[in-house]
Ligand binder design. Structure first.
Ligand code: GCB
Length: 601
């Protein structure tokens, strides 16, 4: 080897390391930090065969679309041009924004250009609220990182990749379904592709507050317990913690892990659906201040009861998909949440099951402000590859990111690890490990998962699931009246042999708004109304019933629902239509919830 070659061998890898971004732990509460929004207009190119990434031998192409090249001379051959490509408003799904993409599952490239001036002593974290399903992120032609999983945030430290003047971020987004993915190839909701949540450049100091946890200690109404963590393991750094309304002002000091633990005696007014009291909490380090809104409440189970702030509570819930009202695609942000949760409140809810994946952060914050308790779930749905270790890692990462993002939300009372998974040894092992991880991450909340009771011998439905050991709440979905015969409902008995609270996490049936007929005619509002009457009567007798979340708040898009003139690619089990029109069954549930409210006063 020549001297030059040896030198290159040493220098090249070093320059490569230097120019590549570091995956940063997603900074908590990006909304309250100094940031530059990269939302808005992005150019996009549809790339069915991924020719912007692979050559015709399916090897990585040497000139990918991430290079953002331009034809300079008339003889140049470059077969794409972001400047000429159409524009999409981000955040959004691509399916409802471009007719050609309604059913599309594949790759679309997005590009954002922006002006930037370097800031001395600051770091820039490129943050994505969510990209479905896989994202490869480039900054000025260099790869910053890649991320898998469509509903959780991620960030890269791109400080070294930015320069003064015009910069670009290019993202290769791929929403293809995979057998080993989370979720897998089959799921009953629309596989909206795109950059579906906010994109920010979050500006932080070199040493900054990366994360914190501030909640009541488990079961103790007078002790606030928590920690603050810096991005580096530096000791003796001071952080100011201020809760003015509680007259708390503290300086906490980091240990050698860059973390400061604290306990604060206080008598906060407790957060509840009736009075969702939130306190302004300030965390400051040097010239950076983060403003939080924190609610304080206790949540626990006692035998078959759920206790909120020490008192038995009935979860008057509804399942909700993250769909924009009026059929306009993936929901994101406060305004959408206000409408969606407004519908739930009108139904008389104090609780929402956010199905079947973590919803956007602003939605969870809005639920909290509106006084709705939250069940938050990861998309471990139906036929997961239980023996695949990569699948497990993916699931655990999504769980970890969900808990990490929303651990300060008083509204969140349940972490759900799965929905309707068939019982096998491998599944129990996978889910058992996941449940233990959830508990380790957060021992203050309840853990659950939607189990199943699919049939009954002699009309006795027995819930028999090994996972009962791992969960705090026994939840199951049942579809008597829709997938099972409605006439059997009054004969049904339910045996749930565990001393834990029971939630019916789903029940319901479909109806087309405005279609009328007899209670025997499927798809009519009368059919759905009758199904609800019969179900509510049936489930009243379930021992330990502590809550329900009927399926579902509003009609939502699903590729599994093609029946023309009835479904038209919408799951029609909504109590509302996607436009917010109320079906007859709405009033049945509303009345039942009114009664439950009185009962639990
Ligand atoms: C279920 C699933 C839910 C479906 C629903 C249905 O059990 O959990 O995601 O959409 O049934 O409508 O069949």
């Amino acid at each position: 080897m020549t001297f030059k070659r040896i030198l290159l061998n040493i220098v090249l890898p070093l320059t490569a390391v230097y120019s590549v971004a570091k995956e940063a732990k997603t900074p908590i509460n990006v909304f309250s930090r100094e940031n530059i929004s990269l939302n808005g207009k992005w150019n996009y190119i549809i790339d069915v065969q991924e020719m912007g990434y692979y050559n015709n031998q399916m090897r990585k192409t040497s000139h990918g679309f991430f290079e953002n090249r331009k034809a300079r001379k008339p003889t140049d051959l470059i077969e794409y041009d972001f400047d000429k490509a159409p524009v999409m408003e981000i955040p959004s799904d691509w399916n409802t924004k471009d007719e050609r993409l309604m059913f599309y599952e594949g790759t679309v490239w997005f590009r954002k250009e922006f002006d930037y001036t370097k800031k001395e002593g600051k770091k820039e974290l490129l943050y994505f609220g969510a990209v479905n399903y896989e994202a490869v992120v480039y900054v000025n032609g260099k790869e910053a990182g890649r991320h898998v999983g469509g509903f959780t945030p991620f960030a890269y430290d791109v400080t070294e990749m930015l320069h003064n003047g015009k910069n670009n971020v290019i993202v290769k987004v791929d929403n293809k379904r995979h057998k080993d993915g989370v979720p897998t190839q089959v799921f009953d909701w629309w596989n909206y592709g795109g950059i579906t949540r906010d994109v920010f450049l979050v500006t932080v100091n070199n040493i900054y507050i990366e994360d914190y946890s501030i909640q009541l200690a488990k079961g103790n109404k007078n002790l606030i317990k928590g920690w603050v963590k810096l991005n580096t393991t530096v000791a003796n750094e001071k952080i100011q913690l201020d809760i003015p309304e509680l007259k708390i002002k503290r300086t906490v000091i980091t240990d050698s892990n860059g973390k400061a633990h604290f306990e604060l005696k206080a008598k906060p007014e407790l957060w509840s659906p009736e009075k969702p009291k939130l306190y302004n909490v300030k965390l400051a380090k040097d010239d950076e201040t983060i403003n939080e809104e924190i609610g304080f409440r206790t949540i626990e189970t006692k035998g078959k009861q759920i206790l909120l702030n020490g008192k038995p509570v009935f979860l008057r819930g509804i399942c909700v998909h993250e769909e924009k009202p009026f059929g306009k695609g993936r929901a994101c942000g406060e305004e959408d949440a206000k409408v969606i949760f407004g519908w739930a409140k009108e139904l008389g809810c104090n609780y929402v099951r956010l199905a079947h994946y973590p919803h956007n952060e602003q939605a969870v914050r809005e639920a909290e402000r509106m006084g709705l308790m939250v069940w938050s779930e990861i998309p471990l749905y139906w036929n997961i590859s239980w023996t695949n270790n990569e699948t497990y890692k993916n699931a655990e990462k999504q769980l970890d990111d969900m808990i990490s993002r929303d651990k300060n939300r008083a509204a969140v009372i349940i972490w759900s690890i799965a929905n309707e998974t068939a019982k096998t040894e491998a599944r129990n092992k996978f889910l058992g490990k996941l449940a233990e991880t959830a508990r380790q991450k957060d021992s203050t909340r309840m853990i659950s998962m939607a189990m199943e009771v699919l049939s009954a011998s002699n009309y006795v439905n027995i819930l028999n699931d090994e996972m009962h050991k791992y969960v705090d709440i026994i939840s199951f979905n049942q579809y008597v009246g829709w997938y099972r015969n409605v006439n059997d409902a009054h004969k049904m008995k339910w045996e749930i042999p565990y001393d834990k609270p029971v939630i019916i996490s789903e029940f319901g049936g479909g109806a087309v708004y405005g279609r009328h007929g007899t209670a025997e005619e499927r798809w009519t509002e009368e059919f759905q109304e009758n199904l609800y009457k019969i179900n509510l009567k049936m489930i009243e007798s379930i021992d330990g019933l502590a809550g329900t979340s009927p399926w579902v708040l509003a009609d939502f898009r699903s590729p599994r629902r093609p029946l023309d003139d009835t479904q038209d690619f919408f799951n029609r089990k909504g109590l509302y239509t996607e436009k917010g029109e109320k079906k007859k069954a709405f009033y049945i549930v509303k009345e039942w919830y009114n009664n439950k409210k009185e009962e639990y006063k």
